[in-house]
Design a protein around this ligand. Structure first.
Ligand code: NAP
Length: 321
């Protein structure tokens, strides 16, 4: 029977953090495998345009992800497309269980599972997903050519995607719950200058209304006056942040109340040999360049961890002889 392979590192997640980690662990000559349940690229794939990745002035999220993936593949990084169902930390080796039944054993793990779009949690949202409710302008904007849509949120994603939709739709309402945007100043300037975008502040959607052909309106409430009204729209794009994919984080790994993983400056978690990088980690800001940098740090730290562990193992074997 073939001996089961023990990896030096298993990377969980194929977004910018995971793929950058993949590049660096292969350059450190580690036996590595990356597990990703969907397509490589993570959340970046659904980002319209990236204008702030240093050295690349303008690129689609999909193309940037593909570059990361091809770069990692050029080092022959092994990848598995499967879902991780459990992570079991061990004293000697950690185990990663996959939905397909396989169990991967590794000296170290890099958690790079990122996050997913947060929901508004209003009536009509989930029921009408794919029927006018969307969390991805790049994916679905095309279906709203010359139609009226609303964008909900006030962060970078909402502003960027409202600008994107303004080029496709007839009219874009940008609905935000406060009187100032969280998104960057440069995006705000562009939003204010875009004639197809109409800004509605201090307002929250209370439900998404639909008929047999899909979304027809959003019900709105002014947070200051309490006034309620219906705004007719053909589509509702919801960009109200994201939540960390912390469901797989094993017990014993310290997290904050919001489910972000806490690490030290080597990005090692509270369990030795388990590292975390990117949007799943508690960090100052969520940016692609930060995710790739963290992937690099986690990979270098994992390489150091594995080398030290193996060196100790060899020493212990010599001493016991
Ligand atoms: P975000 O920065 O967390 O913004 C979420 C927005 O949704 C906020 O304006 C928030 O309002 C609003 N919101 C949250 N819950 C809501 C609710 N229940 N009802 C109504 N509005 C609600 O999320 P994001 O825009 O997805 O960005 C996430 C991270 O990725 C950020 O760090 C961002 O800078 C980064 N990002 C970067 C780029 C880029 O660099 N190109 C692009 C996209 C995202 P409040 O402001 O009142 O809290």
């Amino acid at each position: 029977m073939a001996q089961k392979k023990t990896y030096d590192v298993v990377i969980i997640g194929g977004g910018p953090a995971g793929l950058a980690a993949g590049i660096y662990v292969k350059r450190a000559a580690l036996e590595a495998v990356l597990v990703e349940k969907g397509v490589p690229g993570g959340q970046v794939c659904i980002t319209k345009g990236v204008e702030n990745y240093p050295g690349i002035m303008d690129i689609s999220g999909f193309d940037l992800s593909d570059k990361f993936f091809q770069h990692a593949k050029s080092y022959e990084l092994e990848t598995i497309q499967d879902e991780v169902t459990a992570i079991e930390p061990g004293a000697e080796l950690h185990s990663v269980r996959l939905a397909g039944g396989e169990v991967i054993e590794a000296h170290s793990i890099i958690l790079a599972a990122g996050g997913t779009a947060r929901k508004l949690n209003v009536p009509g949202e989930i029921e009408n997903f794919g029927r006018g409710v969307s969390y991805c302008a790049t994916c679905d904007g095309f279906f709203f050519r010359q139609k009226v849509v609303c964008v909900i949120g006030g962060g970078d994603t909402a502003l960027e995607d409202a600008l994107y939709l303004a080029k496709i739709a007839k009219h874009v309402y940008l609905i935000h719950r406060r009187d100032e945007f969280r998104g960057s100043k440069i995006l705000q300037q562009r939003i204010f200058a875009e004639p197809a975008v109409e800004i509605i502040l201090n307002t929250v959607p209370t439900s998404i209304l639909a008929d047999e052909s899909g979304v027809r309106a959003v019900a709105l409430k002014n947070t200051r006056t309490g006034d309620q009204r219906e705004l007719p729209v053909d589509g509702a794009f919801i960009f109200v942040g994201f939540s960390p994919n912390s469901g797989l984080v094993p017990a014993g790994v310290a997290m904050n109340d919001a489910g972000y993983v806490l690490t030290d400056d080597k990005l090692e978690t509270s369990i030795p040999g388990i590292f975390c990088a990117g949007d799943l980690r508690q960090n100052f800001a969520k940016q692609i360049v930060i995710a790739t940098s963290e992937g690099c740090i986690a990979a270098l730290a994992a390489a150091r961890y594995v080398e030290t562990k193996k060196a100790h193992g060899k020493l212990a074997a010599l001493v016991s002889k």
